[in-house]
Design a protein around this ligand. Sequence first.
Ligand code: C2E
Ligand code: MG
Ligand code: MG
Length: 362
Amino acid sequence: MINVYHHGGDEFIIIIQCTNITYIKELAAAIIKRIQEPYSINGIEIWITTSIGISFYPHHTHDITDLIKFADTAMYYAKLDGKNTYKFFNEELEWKIERKSRLESELRKALINKELHMFYQPKFQLDSFEIVGMEALIRWEHPELGLISPTEFIPIAEETGLIIDIGKWVIHEVLRQMRTWQDQGYPCMRVSVNVSSRQFRDKDLVQTIRSGLVIFHIDPNLFEIEITESEIADTELTIPILKSLKEIGVSISIDDFGTGYSSLNVLKDLPIDTIKINQSFVRDLLEHPKENLLVMAILEIGNILGLKVVAEGIETEKQLQHLLMLNCRIGQGYYFSKPIKVNEFESKFPKATTSELSLIRA
Ligand code: C2E
Ligand code: MG
Ligand code: MG
């Protein structure tokens, strides 16, 4: 027997008494196929996507609330998989949820417990190995869970809104570090900070940067923010923020360029200074002609619009030589240096040698 219930909004619950997995799979696929067909309303074609999550009683739980929650989780992953698909709840998903909720609650304490640190990855002039700047990258060192990657916890910080406080801390911490380096006699280096979507939309962002620059007495031109293409997709909202940042004198860089949807038309109107070629293109540069062409196209776009172009994720000598041949001037990647702690930076790149910092390769 099949019962269908409206759960709320665009969500429905189907309860089936059945142990035949093949039948359940076929049913889920049939529902998706049927709903996928276009509907014509007043001559307009409407397309609907379906995502289905499936959980089992009593295998997963005896509790009805949990049963729904597990199906909901599986549905969430079906959506992430590109919609029009179904997913069974399983232990891996359960582990992911447990980990996520643990990280969520631990992240609330991370700032107070001083578990967050900044690492710095130098950016190099590719032909001279001179350091032309640094990217600040956050690290979370949890006493029990160990080192947690920002790719895992930044999305959680975004979802929970914790990114606002974390982002403020990052800006403050990086400006403080820049002041220390300048006081120690390091040549002035531009340092970039990654700013994620919710943080970028925070009404305090511009003021946080402005006041930080004053407190630590940093030339605004030496401070850079990195935002991804998708974050600036809503140009009506984002162009005024970018303009305010530009008015203060802050540099702006588009991160992971080539993975979003910036049209050239939009790009030409953005008050930006730099585009960073996404590391996936650099990785596949030598093996795949398409990636090679894309890198060439991005370099050309930079050239036409008068923007600096930085290649991310350079890992090999071959990649470096190829980028040099394509006339790419600036880059960063493990080939030169991984992101490193402040003290590692200071011992790897002693300030005394010359007025310029450069990497001495054996
Ligand atoms: P991103 O800004 O695109 O940073 C580049 C990522 O690539 C960094 O990972 C860096 O460690 C890594 N990387 C650098 N060179 C290489 C290389 O040669 N090969 C490979 N395979 N990887 C390389 P990380 O530090 O794990 O950061 C991941 C992402 O997390 C960043 O991507 C950025 O979007 C976000 N993130 C990091 N720190 C912050 C932060 O302070 N605030 C915000 N909002 N986001 C941050
Ligand atoms: Mg970045
Ligand atoms: Mg990037």
